[in-house]
Design a protein around this ligand. Sequence first.
Ligand code: NVA
Length: 299
Amino acid sequence: MKHLIRLDEANIIDIERILDLAARMEAEPESFRGELTGRSVGLFFQKPSTRMRFAFEVGVAQLGGTTSVFRSSDLQLSRGESLADTARVLSNYLDAIVIRGRTQQDLVDFVQFGSIPVINGLTAKFYPVGALGAAYTMKKKFGSLTGRKLAYVGDGNNIAHSLMLLCPKMSMNISVISPEWYQPSPDVVEEGKALAKESGTDFEITDDINAVSGADVIFTDVWTSMGMEEEREERLRAFLGYQVNRKILTMAGERPMVLHCMPVRRGEEISAEAAAESEIFENAANLLHVVKAILYYLL
Ligand code: NVA
């Protein structure tokens, strides 16, 4: 595994190794100090970022490496230089790059023209680092994830897509519950279904909120992702009835773990009460160990 772009490049062995490394890094951070001494990591953000940016910046510093954080507007890219040339040049200076890209194609282009590991720090289509972060939080609680059920409630967006690829790989069942017009992309549904067939797990896409029944984990995310702000009013109406709140948690049965990749909009996709009782902050804290593990593994 040279890059982390979609998550399909990671097989179960890669994923387990990354999660084990993250656990070791959390338990004994001292033994990894200096492991990335002399290494430089670029953090290229074309969209806002709080957790991803600081987790990588602080994580790389803890491992002894250095980071450069930059946006498109800081680069000649904003004056018409091609991404291909940018990728060729930056590959000579950096050892790896994390890109929070406008499009998935930006990452594909960087991989094609550059020569360093590329990590997808979120695009409109996928958010593999967020899914691996959730895998780590879930493993910490449940140990093995085999046979567990994750119900994703809300927009069929980037994190939903990445969870749809992650869950079958981890032998977890998944139900994605979204209103009719906001269901996940058909191509990712097909891919997820094929993976689920291989692993013999359940894979369901539905608009029926009753599908939360039996969930060990409920995952939700904002209804309006970055770049979709113009659709906000329309989305607020479409997602009524899909808020993660006490009623939905009760429908799940035993108190499920509640995750969200943050930022949280209390009163929209999750009630303030459900957010207060959730594992959302623990999951955000875990991101630090997981991003360190991803980088260390790729480098
Ligand atoms: N789906 C959200 C995730 C934010 C971390 C977005 O793309 O804005």
